[in-house]
Design a protein around this ligand. Sequence first.
Ligand code: NIG
Ligand code: FE
Length: 414
Amino acid sequence: MPAYTFIGPITQLLSMSGLPSRGPLSDADLPVIENCGLLLRDKQVMEIGDYSDIRKKAGKLQANHIELEEPSVVVPGWIDAHTHICFAGSRARDYALRNSGATYQEIAKRGGGIWDTVQKTREADLSALAKGVIQRALAHLQNGITTIEVKSGYGLTVLEELKMLRAIRQANQQIQADLIPTCLAAHITPRDFQAGPTEYLKLIASELLPKVREEGLANRVDAFIEEGAFDPDTIRPYLKKAKEMGFQLTLHADQFSTGGSEVAIEFGALSADHLEASTDREIDLLSKSSVIAMALPGASLGLGCGFAPARKILDAGGTVAIASDHNPGSAPMGDLLTQACILGAFEKLSNAEVLAGITYRAAAALDLKDRGILQPGYLADFSIFYTGHYSEILYNQGSLKPKRVWKNGQEVFP
Ligand code: NIG
Ligand code: FE
């Protein structure tokens, strides 16, 4: 017997359906359904429509009734398509050093930065790592984020990367949010690997990626293309192998210097993420390609540097998704909605563009076709905010929190 749930009356439901996959959006385009009811069948949305019509239908189906007494806005579950929430330790020291004048890359050169987190993560066992992922993912779920991409990349040996990916899988089995794993073994060349970047990449391509496939630990591969990480020529053979093995690609690109986004285009990556250093040239190339430009305002805020040129990319016809980059180094805050709102204020993004960036355009960056939109047949992943107008959610820049959150047709918060 299917389980039916009825929720209403809803003052405004933002379905995000029928909007273009790329280019600018204006708030007038937003599909806002007023005074409606929402009917769920098992994990999915069954119908959205006039409150009393849906209520009657729900009665006949003996649906579980959830009557809302406050003015309420329903939005699709937010999707955070780029995080590094599997890690151990803290980098509070890096943060203080940066704010005293050292740069992210100077700290990395001195053996701090990513390498510091690698050492702490190697010391942690699988269950401690899984526990950390669960804690962070639960905090995100309570903020209305129902799908979270999670990268490895702090293990940097075959066994340690496998440990991270297994920890992410264990966490995924224990919480209601969906965790989408990505193998980021090509984060940096580990300091204790003497043979250099090319040999390191050969090793992970031949010994790690086949195991990741075999165990079904991830179907996405990421790499950090940057000075001090991997340059385009060094990374190409690795990306080629990963692609041949059937992995989908996503790249850390144009964070401090350019080069990465062109590689993303060359390899048909799903997304190029960061882009703070992209110039008009990269903006033009990205906008003409199918690669989704992923802005990571949390890294701009953590490092105190500029934002990705989201406005220019949208105006040139590109697609912009927004993610938190939640990680212990460059983006410790991990509050997607706050960061998306701040990016919107600085980059002059419409409410519609910000909302698209954390819903259906983020779903596209993860190649997920069943979420990011509320319409019949899609997953019943959504949040309810107690407010009378959707614009209040963005206006409050993250301080207005969802009162209730649903994932796969189940209430998961409070
Ligand atoms: O997306 N840029 C490279 N990787 C992460 C930072 C990881 C770290 O500093 O621990 C990022 O910003
Ligand atoms: Fe990142």
